[in-house]
Design a protein around this ligand. Structure first.
Ligand SMILES: [Cu+2]
Length: 355
């Protein structure tokens, strides 16, 4: 394989084969049994060594980020599971939100790292959680080496002014008020946008409706593709020509291929589960599906309106976001996937474990 960015070790084989098993359940069961000990061992280790994954974000989205804190998610200092839990909404109706552009290496899986352009050092950037009607005062500090900007899809604002680029070492500020609830993308909008999104500059902003949705275990999944090429020095780098070609090398939920297969999302039997699925693209839809389950409700737009019932799979377009709900009344290990399997197979797959 001339373009395989990593070696085919046992874990990778099992992961790939287990992903295949999502489409072929009998094979999946056999492989899951084969891999279970390894995965459980890792989860146990992870719970001891990385407690921040079970805690709220080190840098709450409504405060200035602490530059000294270790990055949350797939950050520069080694592979870390990106915590998919939705953090609580910002306190108060005026939300001061600050992010810093940082150029840092990130993991695309356990083996492959690439230099990335990030918001706050992780791909995706931090989850922002506000309420419809809040006043969001946003500041972007650019500590990168190129101009960067911020486009919140939750904002209705003159993009030429608000989504302007900040030069290196400069900052920009603007204020917006989300008029609709929902799951929205944010991303760098500096030209070429494909290169900036493709290099890691995106995340999710979740906007609650005035009347909160019913209580649930809430998770945020940011779906995205990655396009890489060798950097000539033995490593890998994002590749603009491959981005234009739109045949991704990796596809992920929350920035790291297959991370929730290694370390699943765990809930309890009887829990209601809500996924906020935001698709950063940059180019492909995500056909979201949970093997062995159905969504009783999918909100296509602002909740609680625009709900459809009894859904097996729904496509979230690049640049879009939707909300998926289900009652986890059956115990088991349920793969959640991009059912467009040419993409799902490249890493857009994880386990929802109902215990
Ligand atoms: Cu940028």
């Amino acid at each position: 394989m001339s373009h395989d960015p990593s070696g085919l070790d046992r874990r990778r084989f099992l992961t790939r084969a287990a992903a295949l098993g999502a489409a072929l359940p009998a094979l999946g069961t056999a492989l899951a049994a084969c891999d279970a000990g390894e995965r459980e061992g890792k989860a146990e280790h992870q719970s001891r060594s990385a407690p921040r994954d079970t805690e709220p974000h080190a840098a709450p989205p409504h405060t200035h980020s602490n530059d000294d804190a270790a990055p949350v998610g797939a950050g520069a200092t080694g592979y870390t599971r990106y915590d998919p839990a939705l953090p609580p909404p910002a306190k108060g109706r005026t939300v001061r939100l600050a992010m810093t552009v940082r150029e840092v290496p990130v993991h695309l899986n356990r083996d492959v790292t690439v230099p990335a352009w990030t918001f706050d050092g992780t791909v995706p950037g931090p989850v922002v959680h506000v309420r419809q009607g809040d006043t969001v005062e946003f500041t972007l500090q650019n500590e990168g080496s190129l101009p960067h900007s911020m486009d919140f899809h939750a904002a209705q604002i003159n993009p030429k002014v608000a989504f302007r680029s900040a030069l290196p070492k400069q900052s920009l500020t603007y204020t917006f008020t989300p008029r609709y609830a929902g799951a929205f993308l944010y991303h760098c909008g500096t030209q070429p946008v494909l290169m900036h999104i493709g290099s890691g500059m995106y995340g999710a902003i979740i906007v609650d409706p005035p009347t909160p949705l019913r209580p649930a275990k809430e998770f945020v999944l940011v779906h995205s593709e990655f396009y890489v090429a060798k950097d000539g020095k033995g490593g890998w780098q994002f590749d603009y020509q491959r981005m234009l070609g739109t045949l991704p090398d990796y596809v992920s939920f929350n920035g790291v291929a297959n991370q929730y297969m290694d370390e699943p999302i765990r809930v309890k039997q009887g829990d209601r589960v809500r996924f906020y699925l935001v698709n950063a693209g940059p180019s492909h839809p995500c056909s979201f599906h949970i093997v062995g389950e159905q969504f009783d409700t999918v909100y296509l737009g602002a909740p609680p309106g625009n709900a459809i019932r009894g859904v097996q799979t729904f496509g979230v377009p690049a640049g879009g976001g939707m909300i998926f709900e289900l009652d986890c009344d059956v115990k088991g290990e349920f793969p959640f996937v991009n059912h467009g399997f040419g993409h799902g197979q490249k890493g857009a797959i994880g386990f929802l474990v109902v215990e």
